[in-house]
Each structure stands twice: as C-alpha cells, then as structure tokens.
Design a protein around this ligand. Structure first.
Ligand code: NOJ
Length: 564
C-alpha cells in the first residue's frame, strides 16, 4: 500500500489469563491537595479522597495512586518529607490513611503510594542531625563535599529546579547535594543504613495494606561520590531549556548500584505478595528498558513510560513511538503509558479538546497499563495562574519560563455549588475558568461527555479481553490515521484514530492481507464498537469513514461470523 507511512509487524505479545492485577488495571493518579477538601481549609485531604472513592469505582478504574501526604514543610508540596511514616496534619492522620485503604479495598480498588526515596526535607530529623557536625554518625546519610579547591561549589552539577545542585552548610563548611531544591537534600543511598531505613519505610506502609509504590525521582538515587563534572550538553538552549539540561547527568543518574537496588527491591517486594513498583523515569525508549531488567533479574513491574509527554501528537510520530517501545520491550516486561501528571502540561492543553478524546481512546486501548491523571477524564486544561497566585517553588525560582506546575494542579471541579464542590472556601489554587461547564455533575449523565467517554472506554477494555491483555501489531499511520490491532485467541479489534483533524475514509479490506496485516483474511464488514463521539455503533461496510478528530474501535466481520 503506497499510503503506509509507517508500518510494522512487531507484536507486543498477549498477557496471560492469570495476569497480575497491575497488568490489567487502569490506574488513577490523585494529587491529594487538589482532589477534595473536607476540613474547609482550601486544600484537599485524605478524608476527601476517601469520600470520592465511589466516584472512581463509577469511572471503572482499578487503582488509585496518591501523590505524597507525609509530614512536610510543603516547600515542594509534600515531596520534601520530614517523616515518611506519618501524615501531615494538613491531609489528616494515620487513621485517615487506614480508613482510605480499608474503604478502597472494600470497593475493590488498589492503593499505590508515592514513595520519595531520593531526598528528604532539610527539616527532617536525619538531616538536622547530619548537618549538626561532620562527626555525627548520621553525617554520611546525605551527600557532602568540600568546596572546590579555589572555593565555591564542588562541581557543575545542576538542580532540576534551577541553580547549582549544591548548597553550602556554613556551620560545617561543606556543601550538600540536592537534585531538586536546597530544601530537599539527597539521601546517600550508598550508605547501608539509608537503604535499610528506606526499606523500613516501605515495610511500614505494606503492613498498613498498600498495594504498591510509585518511586519518585528514581533515576537519581545514587551519585558518583568522587563528584566528577558532568559533560556539557551541546543541545542545551538557555532560552527555552531548563538549566539542568545544560549538562548530561551521567554521574547523577543511572549509577550501576541503582540496578542492584532495583533487583533487590523487586525480589523483596514480590516475596511479600502481589504488589507493584512503578518508577518515575523520564527517559526515551531505549534507556528506559534497563529498568525492566532481564527475565532472570527482573526490574520494576512498571517502568514509567512518559514518552507521550514529549512526542509530537500526530499519527506518524505516535506509530513510530508505539513501534519503537513495543520492539524494545523485553519479552518478560509489561508496557505502560502516561498521558499526564502533576508535573507536566495537561493533555487537553497539549493537543486540544478534540484530540484529547482521541488521546483517551489511545491510552485505554493501546497495550499496557494506563494511568489517568485526575481531571483529565473531564478534559481539564492548564489554568493560567497570575504571578501573585503562584505556589510552585520551581516557578518561583525560574519565573516566566513555563516550568511552573500550578496550572496542572488546580482543584477537581465536582459540581455546580460554590468552589465547584471541592471546598467550602477559596481553594489553594484557582478553579479552571470552565468549571461551571466542566465538572463531574455536568458530565456524569451526559451521554457524550468526556467523562462518559472515559467510563465507556474502561468498560470496553473490561469486556473485550483483546484490549486488556491482547497482543498489539499492525501499527501503521495511514493518511493521518493511527491504526493498530489488538488480539487474543480468536478475538481481534482494530483501533483507528484520526489525528490530523480532517475526515478520511480507511478501506479496511485493502489494508488487510498486505504486509501490515498478512495474517488477516478478507472481511465483509466492520462493526463499530465505539466512537470517541459516542454517537454511533453497529455494522457498516468495509470502508470506514472517520470524521475529523474521531477515534473508533472496530471489530471485523467475516461472512462466517456468527450473527452477521
Ligand atoms: C518528581 C515529582 O513528581 C515532582 O513533583 C517533585 O517536585 C520532584 N520529583 C521532587 O521530588
């Protein structure tokens, strides 16, 4: 076929009938500050999450992962922890976590916590002790260096949030390393006591019944303690790039010890039950694969695949991405896909409202575990934050360059009451300007809303095994349409996603039997199982007329197909 612009016969293999829960699950990411406020302080809390679990059940998701709620001075809104085993009063109490877990489990939902192993708050007792004297036994729990020979920072390591990754502790005359804010000193994972302490944290939460962990900043746990300069990054453009991009982090990420820790963690947690470890790993396809380990030494259950966050949203680019990712995944590994999170621009803002529906169909029909970021199921977009309303420390450090994350963390709009039912007072970040139109109450019973689309797609995934566990192949971009097949046993479905914003007709009979789909016999008709517009279903001829920005899940009907 001349109009194939990308084609592959790669096969992401089908999962098995007794697949672990995290392979068939749809994960929902809650940012607790912004989900539901029950104590009237304008900030979401744990009882708030518990009170909305039934909503998640209605949506059809299987697991909820919660960004941090641990004790924290909140300089980085909970990613600066002072006690990994306690709850910040802003969010509630340990009893509230217990209740959340118990209620979730009653409702059949799994609970995944955000584990922050890379750093603590500078207010953490461990760091307070470590900085109290060079001789303190806790000193080496963190990463210290003398100043450079002529004075000043020890080397060129950069902080993610702007500036050097070193801060001088004047009292003891040494610098400490922090991959993020100076209020977030890095733990020294080379130290066996640190590793033990952090495993204890995991044990603490496992005993309370959680089902797994998302591992924050996981690439960075170990650094080269001889502190060599990082190489300069030739691709760095100071006009647009984050300053940390000026160097290539070969001495502060992916150190060899990390992969021993991955194996140790995986073996340990698998020995304790049916849990999941999800790595936060911002990497392209090839380098990401290391985190999957090998069949003999498996890595993380899910190595966070964030490639959709920076890949161009068009059929060719996404076909190439799926092909590259599926081809690179080792046989024992399981894929996963993320469209958005609390650190990156929302999908509706990146691709527009119409394509956001197509993106939802992609996320929920491509092979692998999907993660939905709260509010994306309503089509929420990034919200403009005026300079006086800025909360995010990154935006405060590096203003005006678009790094701020407040726009993607605005409150969940639940209903038409004051403050959209999120709180009884003005929330910590403003509601989106469209909250009166875009909220759960408005969308819940609307048969074609974004929320209904998500619910229906998740339902379809449940009822069509090929979508949950089937193999993927025939990934092609044809005339601006992304096409792929999912199949298991005798069941096969196709997904057709119009991504160029123009109507197009795809002739399924001429696609089939070609190099893209050698194994599929000619067909007599297709059956539309779902359209992103949620307005058509049923049997049609073999020419599929897609409207602009429409996605379809279709089945193929042969003359012999029962019922045809
Ligand atoms: C990644 C988290 O997702 C982000 O929100 C946080 O600021 C950094 N890690 C530091 O913990």
């Amino acid at each position: 076929m001349s109009h194939f612009v990308a084609m592959t016969t790669i096969v992401g293999t089908a999962g098995s009938g007794d697949a672990p829960w995290w392979q068939t699950a749809v994960i929902y990411h809650v940012y607790p500050r912004s989900f539901m406020d029950t104590d009237g302080d304008g900030v979401g809390d744990l009882p708030g999450v518990t009170s909305r679990l039934e909503y998640l059940v209605g949506l059809g998701v299987d697991a909820v992962w919660l960004s941090p709620f641990y004790r924290s001075p909140m300089v980085d809104f909970g990613y600066d922890v002072t006690d990994h085993c306690d709850v910040d009063p802003l969010f509630g109490t340990l009893a509230d976590v217990d209740e959340l877990i118990a209620r979730a489990h009653q409702l059949g939902l799994r609970v995944v916590l955000d584990f922050v192993p890379n750093h603590t708050s500078d207010q953490h007792r461990w760091f307070v002790e470590a900085r109290s004297s060079r001789q303190h036994p806790r000193r080496d729990w963190y990463v210290w260096s003398d100043p450079a020979p002529g004075g000043g920072v020890p080397n060129n390591w950069r902080s993610e949030f702007g500036g050097p990754a070193w801060t001088l502790d004047e009292a003891t005359g040494q610098y400490y390393y922090h991959a993020y804010l100076s209020e977030q000193p890095n733990l020294n994972w080379h130290h066996p006591d640190v590793r033990r302490a952090m495993f204890d944290v995991l044990r603490f939460w496992l005993h309370r019944g959680v089902d797994g962990f998302r591992l924050d900043a996981f690439r960075r746990l170990y650094v080269d303690l001889s502190f060599p300069d990082e190489p300069e990054n030739a691709a760095y453009d100071p006009a647009v790039d984050n300053e940390s991009f000026a160097v290539v982090p070969i001495h502060t990420s992916e150190q060899p010890e990390l992969f021993d820790t991955v194996t140790e963690l995986r073996r340990w947690i698998d020995g304790l039950g049916d849990h999941v470890l999800i790595g936060e790993i911002y990497l392209g396809v090839e380098p990401l694969m290391r985190y999957h380990g090998t069949a003999e030494r498996p890595g993380l259950h899910l190595a966070g695949n964030f490639n959709l966050l920076w890949t161009n949203w068009d059929a060719d680019s996404i076909a190439d991405l799926v092909t590259a990712y599926e081809s690179a995944l080792p046989g024992h590994a399981w894929p996963n896909w993320v469209l958005g999170n609390h650190d990156r621009s929302r999908i509706a803002s990146r691709v527009g409202e119409r394509q956001a529906r197509v993106a939802a169909m992609f996320l929920l029909t491509v092979r692998g575990t999907p993660t939905i970021y709260y509010g994306d199921e309503l089509g929420m977009s990034d919200v403009d934050i005026t300079p006086d309303a800025v909360q995010d420390p990154w935006e405060k450090n590096v203003p005006g360059k678009g790094f701020g994350r407040d726009p993607v963390r605005t409150p969940m709009p639940w209903d038409l009451s004051d403050h959209a039912g999120f709180s009884t007072v003005a929330p910590w970040l403003p509601l989106g300007p469209d909250h009166e139109r875009r909220n759960v109450e408005r969308q819940r019973d609307d048969p074609t809303s974004m929320l209904t689309l998500h619910r229906r797609l998740i339902e379809l995934r449940r009822t069509v095994p090929a979508l949950a566990l089937g193999a993927i192949d025939a990934v092609v971009a044809v005339e601006g349409v992304l096409v792929y097949r999912r199949h298991v046993d005798q069941q096969q479905v196709f997904v057709l996603l119009e991504m160029a914003g123009r109507p197009v007709t795809i002739h399924m009979d001429s696609l089939l039997g070609t190099d893209a789909l050698p194994a599929v016999e000619g067909i007599d008709a297709i059956e539309i199982l779902m359209s992103t517009a949620l307005d058509r279903q049923g049997v049609e001829g073999t020419a599929v007329a897609l409207r602009a920005d429409e996605g379809l899940v279709i089945g193929l009907l042969h003359a012999a197909t029962p019922g045809h």
